[in-house]
Write a protein that binds this ligand. Structure first.
Ligand code: SF4
Length: 321
């Protein structure tokens, strides 16, 4: 391998990065910037440079796998943990025609493999076949309505939302690993009650182990968009929770896990960054910590927490930055 090629391939393996969903995740960037079948308004990589739906070879799979193995060896030598090898590239990972063989070749490392996909190619049998090999897959479900899909995901012109949604259901029915979903909520695009209900109903058919509600936390491709508010996130959480077994926020704050750490402020902020807490639950936790509502009032006054109401009940959630 030429030195420059080796450098390029090595630079495609990054991390491990801390991830709330995946723990210590070693990233594999199997797509050059920025090739995607979507050009989402909230994309943190900017507008898509090359819109495509055809799969192709971007890098030599054997060399990518070799570089991954070398990186894993170096990390393990230093005693660093790796929970997942994660295909999280500068574009849509399933556009890589070698995704399946790369996963096959990486299995010998005995580390779980994750893929975060926009799901737009799941109507293809070969893509579903490749993803079946992963241990953990996240599917993007921002909307189930054609008009909103065009506004938020700005798809390649040849794609059809109906066919994509069917592909997701087919995949979910056969996938043996852990299936999760991710929905990015944008103010006045996909955050109204009617759409949230529809998304939740659709996701219920996928039976994900967890459904994540996200908002953009880095500068989006389209600067004029606004993330859904705390009130909306709380509303979405309540709507999703009625139909899905587990719902969590992905709103940027990684928190400090959920155990009672002895620091009530940290505990409240960690929990409320993942889901809103009902007033009764907060009171219960305050009692355990042998303290009172003064903690809540302090967190509200320093802009860390907000109080929101839903169906006449009080909830507390982390203030978005
Ligand atoms: S699918 Fe992902 S990579 Fe592609 S435009 Fe949307 S957010 Fe960006």
């Amino acid at each position: 391998m030429k030195l420059t090629e080796l450098r390029v391939i090595n630079s495609l393996i990054y991390g491990p990065v801390p991830s709330r969903r995946l723990g210590h995740s070693l990233g594999i960037n199997n797509i050059p910037p920025k090739i995607c079948s979507y050009s989402c308004v909230y994309c943190q990589l900017g507008n898509t440079i090359d819109m495509q739906v055809e799969r192709q070879t971007f890098y030599d799979p054997k060399k990518m796998v070799q570089a991954t193995k070398e990186k894993v060896r170096q990390i393990k030598e230093k005693g660093g943990p790796i929970d997942y090898l994660a295909f999280v590239p500068d574009g849509e990972p399933t556009l890589d025609a070698n995704l399946g063989s790369e996963i096959d070749l990486l299995k010998s490392l005995d580390i779980k493999i994750a893929v975060i996909t926009n799901a737009s190619l799941l109507w293809r049998e070969d893509v579903r076949h490749d993803l079946q090999k992963a241990d953990w897959v996240s599917l993007k479900v921002d909307t189930v309505s054609e008009e909103i899909w065009r506004a938020i995901n700005r798809p390649h012109k040849s794609l059809s939302l109906r066919i994509i949604l069917d592909g997701m259901i087919t995949f979910a029915n056969t996938f043996k690993g852990e299936l999760t979903t991710e929905s990015m909520l944008i103010q006045e695009i996909n955050d109204n009650n009617e759409e949230l209900e529809k998304i939740a109903n659709f996701q219920a058919q996928l039976k994900p182990t967890k459904s994540y509600l996200a908002i953009p936390i880095r500068p989006p491709a389209k600067r004029t968009i606004t993330a859904a508010s705390e009130h909306t996130l709380n509303r979405a959480y309540q709507i999703f929770s009625k139909r899905l077994s587990e719902v969590e926020y992905l709103i940027g704050y990684e928190g400090n896990a959920f155990a009672f750490t002895g620091n009530i402020e940290n505990d409240l902020l960690s929990i409320t960054s993942v889901h809103p807490m009902r007033e009764e639950a907060v009171i219960e936790l305050l009692k355990k910590a042998d303290t009172d509502r003064g903690v809540i009032e302090k967190l509200i006054s320093d802009n860390s927490l907000i109080e929101v109401e839903y169906q006449s009940k009080k909830f507390y959630m982390r203030k978005l930055r």
